[in-house]
Design a protein around this ligand. Sequence first.
Ligand code: MIC
Ligand code: SF4
Length: 643
Amino acid sequence: MGRTVTEKILADHLVAGELRQGEEVALRIDQTLTQDATGTMAYLEFEAIGIPRVRTELSVCYVDHNLVQSDFKNADDHRFLQSVARKFGLYFSPPGNGISHQVHLERFGVPGKTLLGSDSHTPTGGGLGMLAIGAGGLDVAMAMAGKPFYLIMPKIYGIHLTGKLQPWVSARDVLLEVLRRLSVKGGVGYIMEYFGPGVAELTVTDRATITNFGAELGATTSVFPSDEQTRRFLASQGREEQWQELTADPDARYSEVMELDLATLEPLIACPSSPDNVVPVREVAGRPVVQVLVGSCTNSSIRDLTVVARTLADREISREVSFEINPGSRQVLENITARGDLLTLIHAGARVHQAGCLGCIGMGQAPPTGGISLRTFPRNFPGRSGTVGDYVYLCSPEVAVASAIHGVITDPRDLGAYPEVTLPDRVLPGDERIEKPLSEVEAAGVEIIRGPNIAPFPTFEPMPETWRGRVMLKVADNITTDHIMPAGARILPLRSNIPAISEYVFHQIHQNFAHEMRDAALEGVYGLIIGGENYGQGSSREHAALAPRYLGVQVKLVKSFARIHKANLINFGIVPLTFANPDDYDRVEQGAEVVIPGIRAALLEGSTSVTVEVNGTPVPALIDLSPRHREILAAGGLLNWAR
Ligand code: MIC
Ligand code: SF4
């Protein structure tokens, strides 16, 4: 039988298990990436594993998220990361060099390879025909140590592309349409694979926009074939020799197939406050906007910023709008400078920032009270922008620039002729600041520089025979890791310090949570959280598991979990249970006392269910875990288990 691109890459990297849907498989990881906000923890974990040097083909340590050095903490973290990269044999991409995913696509990604990244948008690499997966820092630390990555074999969702995008419609609209059809949980348990004649019409950076934004479907990853477009992209990067063709066999089979004719798409927009709240732009046209941000790992390539600049030639930005550009990388910035487009942007009124994540993770660029902010970013979860009660819309660079010109949400087709955009045959690489790995001899002389903000890694006890605790919080459907462990200018600098950051767990939903957990701990009471569907969607941040665990949360009982968050819970010894009868969700109240008799035995003996006694009433719960997961949970987490 013919194979998909996904199956070919998986088969090439299979270390253990069988490629049957629902089975746990172990995969060899060729490349890893980390970013600063998850990286400090990942390297502390790598140190704890005790291996002197990374064992991957290539590992890169990026600094892109927190570039606002409001005090010593952040600057200390940057120096720590540079020193660990030197010590452990990694490439180091310094602050200002760009967003991990964009830089990785440009300088390091290779078709057919596996990439594991401590960031949920790692699937960007799928645009190059890689199998690129986001994971928690500890899973990435394990991969750097040469250990396989474990994954429950997903189903493969084929998206059959035909036709060609119309003027003013772009890659962003492709995934907005998929999100409109499938929702933020429609991709859970799937790898999305694109095929069909429409694929050839999309460049590698278009494809990367689609695979990147595909994270918002909850999918494990998204993959494009490697073809002539891929060869051309790698040649423009001076890396043509790394190209190989990789396409699905004509008789390959997918679990599901979606038909998508690119020619029928129109400009779309995701309304506040979820990436799947999608409507045609014309339905919301005319609403006044006060802020327009073009950037992020989804839409900040040379193509994206060139379209914006060329649309602005002989036009200017509305004076009611703060129009800001966050370039994806130094390469993007250098090339738009060399081609003259930067001047057009500045002249039209754009505020141009350094390359990095910036406002996408709430590091500055918060919108004003009540004002609409249009962003080419992947996420508009409530409050993520830094403004409580924000109105953030997600759209293409085309919609963004048209709206910035008119000061109201605008269908870009109203602007007339679409600007001509050709891409350079050979780009300026812009990678001179990336440090190459040191040799073993050089690395031996490197001292790791640790600032006072870097707290040691907490230790956790194993799971008891019978678990006793209390429902400390009950939350609704689609809770994001931004709700559980917010980011932003006040909290992000604490990522290397679990005791300090744990003060902010669930801060957006329930300000007193940390305080109440501490009071409960004084009584010897542990915490259980009740949640709805798709619990823990969004970011890969393991802090959303680690910090609650530090406060004493040991069990979560929800309707369903998002993949990365569930893996992070297991890694830090929090038992993920789901309701056997989703209606029981309504019967469990916050504050109830809980006993789970025989939880440890249930885990170790492979039971698929357990009874949770809530105020004495039995509530049946399901345990959906591999044998390896069960041992890890009984041990109190992956580090305990590995030791
Ligand atoms: C995000 O977009 O939410 C982040 C910030 O990049 C996160 C990682 C983090 O929280 O550090 C992600 O997507 O994984
Ligand atoms: Fe950075 Fe935003 Fe991309 Fe996350 S989604 S990696 S914060 S640009």
